[in-house]
Design a protein around this ligand. Sequence first.
Ligand SMILES: [Zn+2]
Length: 197
Amino acid sequence: MPAGPDASDDMLVRLLVDRVMEHPASERDIDDVQSQLGRYPRGIVAVGARCACGRPLAVVTRPLLPGGIPFPTTCYLTGTRAVRAVSHLEAAGVMRELSESIAADPVLARSYGRAHRLYLAFRHALARRLGDDETRIASVSAGGMPTRVKCLHALVAQSLVMGPGVNPIGDLALERMKGEFDPAVCRCETGTVAGGR
Ligand SMILES: [Zn+2]
């Protein structure tokens, strides 16, 4: 999606929320995510991005978890390979480098600010559809936005769920890790699952 005026950003958010609401997570998705995370994924709304084999890469989680717990990380990275590849980038010091780039480059900073606003708009639209109260997290996005890079996993998850051209830092990270992780190339250890994918 190209950077554009607010009207096209509103449209982008509306389309994303429609897609999420129309394709709720299946039992199988929840089982897959549970084995990826090693815990039951509470409040999962839908799989927001999938590996070429169909396994979940990132999930969309409701703004208010069952039990009334606010959950700001609406786009959450779950794919085992993806999580590992991002951790490798983080360990290599990429977060500091990218934070410095944002501070030094007004165009990048503006684009990163838009990613923050899109994150909030996406969650806000989701909260309205689901009837979730988001007042305790209303201005909190994820990953250090809008000015810093604190968690690349969250930023990459946004890029995967909302598509290229939304989060410039998530996009950069994805580009850098292509040799280790690429959503278009299945490298799942267990291979493809026969049927239903
Ligand atoms: Zn795969």
